[in-house]
Design a protein around this ligand. Sequence first.
Ligand code: AMP
Length: 175
Amino acid sequence: MNLADVIRTIPDYPKPGIMFRDITTLLGDARAFRRAVDELVQPFAGMKIDKVAGIEARGFILGGAVAHQLSAGFIPLRKKGKLPHRTRAVEYALEYGSDAMEMHLDAVKPGEKVMLVDDLIATGGTALAAAQLLKEAGAQIVAAAFVVDLPELGGAARLAAAGVPVSTLVAFAGH
Ligand code: AMP
C-alpha cells in the first residue's frame, strides 16, 4: 500500500493556489492509519521517548496514537485560549498575519525527551513555533515526525537547520 494514494488532494482549498492534502481519507482507512502510525513510530521505537507533543488539531489524532504505541505521555499544543491551566505562548507568522500556540507550563519537565508530531510540514513555521515552546520548557526534542512533507516550501530543511531531526513519510511536489 502506498500512503500517498490514500491522501486526498483538494485543489484551491482553503484559498486559490493551495493544494490541500487531506489526511481524513487516510485516517478513515484502518490499514492506512495503522501503517502511518507504525511508520511514524518505527525510527524511534528504542529511544525511550518521554512524551509526544501533538499540534492541534490533526497532530492530536496522529500524536495520540504514536504516544500510545511508544508508551509515552502526550502534550497538546493548542491554539490560543484553549488550555485551562497556566500556559506559555509563542507567536508565529502566517502567510497573512500571525497566530499563537500555547502549552501548559507543567506539560514538560526539563530534560524530558520529546517527539513532535503533526500531519504535514509546509513552511515549517508551525513546527518551529512548537519546537521553540518545547525548548523554552527545557525539553530535549529528539525528533519531529510528519506524514506529509511539502519539500518545495522548505520547512523540513528549516527545522533540521534548527537542530531538530526530521522524519517524514510522503512527499508531494508544489504547495
Ligand atoms: P507550515 O507552518 O507552513 O509548515 O504549515 C503546517 C501546518 O499547516 C500544519 O498544521 C498543516 O496541517 C497545515 N497545512 C499547511 N499547508 C497545508 C496543505 N497544503 N495541506 C494540508 N494542510 C496544510
